[in-house]
Design a protein around this ligand. Structure first.
Ligand code: SAH
Length: 355
């Protein structure tokens, strides 16, 4: 049994079953044994790969999209260029390289990275040599315009899960069965926080509540409404999704979430409707599939330019990466993009205004 399994088991013995949110927070963020605290989980040798690790095109196009929004906002200076959960720093490095030629953008940008993992902070410092980022554990930017990206950040925040029943909602919890971690369900009870799900669900349907994600979205929304700016949120999920998307991934394979706490990545699909509601003083764009967004920003033209200098295996990899980011059967439709921006302004390039 791992140290973290022992710790979780004694917590449950002492005070009863944990919500999935409590379990996720311990597994991912425990200061000593947490998944993100102890390792760099990205890349082929790690547990999962993300869009910026697949191709430089992703970060380049996001960078140009953000820079265009900054120009459209009147090129405010100074401004905060922030990333939530920057992983290896690859996305920010690509954003900065692609925006070098945008007059004034780098000079006005103050780089802020929100990252809890010491291991990943070290990787980010390496990737961003020559820039001088500030790191923070939580979102609290200066009172100035904010241009922000968050790719595969919100899916890593703790969620609670509920199953609809005749008497209301039963919460999925982690308890013990014969000494081992096991899923359980609470008694059914009505829940005010899920009243908005009564019209689009039936008995047996599973929904999530993401208090952590909503708290972050609410702060971003309030900040953008007051100080201006744009946030680009990219993640797998949907508008008010239904179903069990809670999953654990280790070495690129799905495993049971209870099998090795602290050693597998735990995620759940993001509820973009909940983020949009929480960000309410700010406006939000229409939710757009990643493939559509990248095509509108010109990924195919960029892919062709890059292909001219590639041969053989490198060329095959590049073609596969383009497909992986955009094709509906790969990341193209599962992943979605939503922007937050001030009321009365238009959605950034590649995204439609909310209908
Ligand atoms: N955006 C990167 C990495 C995604 S992995 C990419 O696209 O490659 C998730 C990232 O969020 C990691 O950097 C992880 O350490 C960070 N993270 C997870 N939970 C966090 C939290 N509660 N607060 C701050 N950062 C967190």
């Amino acid at each position: 049994m791992t140290a973290l399994t022992n710790h979780i088991t004694s917590l449950i013995r002492a005070s009863g079953p944990l919500t999935l949110a409590e379990f996720m927070a311990l597994c991912l963020q425990h200061p000593e044994h947490g998944y993100y605290t102890t390792r760099d989980p990205l890349g082929a040798a790690g547990d999962f790969t993300t869009a910026p690790e697949i191709s430089q095109m992703f970060g380049e196009l996001l960078g140009l999209c953000l820079a265009q929004s900054w120009l459209d906002a009147g090129a405010p200076a100074p401004f905060t260029l922030a990333e939530l959960g920057p992983g290896r720093g690859t996305l920010m490095a690509d954003i900065l390289r692609a925006t070098r030629a945008v007059p004034g953008f780098h000079a006005a940008a103050e780089l802020l990275l929100i990252e809890t993992s010491p291991a990943l902070r070290a990787r980010q410092a390496e990737a961003l040599t020559g820039h001088s980022p500030t790191w923070a554990n939580s979102f609290a930017p200066k009172a100035q315009p904010l241009f922000l990206v968050a790719n595969e950040f919100f899916d890593a925040l703790p969620i609670r899960q509920f199953i609809r029943d005749t008497g209301g909602w039963r919460e999925r919890v982690v308890g013990l069965s014969e000494g081992a971690l096991a899923f359980g369900l609470t008694e059914a009870a009505p829940l005010a926080a899920l009243e908005h799900r009564l019209s689009d669900t039936a008995e047996g349907d599973i929904v999530t509540l993401s208090g952590h994600a909503e708290a972050v979205a609410s702060e971003i929304g309030a900040h953008i409404a007051t100080h201006g700016g744009t946030a680009l949120i990219i993640d797998y999920g949907d508008w008010q999704p239904t179903g069990d998307s809670f999953q654990a991934v280790k070495a690129h394979e799905k495993v049971s979430p209870l099998e090795s706490p602290g050693e597998a990545d735990l995620t759940a699909h993001v509820d973009f409707a909940a983020l949009a509601r929480a960000a309410a003083p700010a406006a939000h764009s229409a939710l757009t599939p990643q493939g559509v967004f990248l095509e509108r920003l010109g990924i195919t033209a960029r892919a062709e330019t890059l292909a001219q200098n590639l041969r053989d295996g490198a060329l095959q990899n590049h073609i596969a990466a383009h497909r992986r980011l955009t094709h509906p059967e790969e990341m193209g439709s599962l992943f979605k993009v939503m922007a937050l921006m001030p009321q009365g302004t238009h959605a950034p390039a590649g995204l439609d205004d909310d209908a």
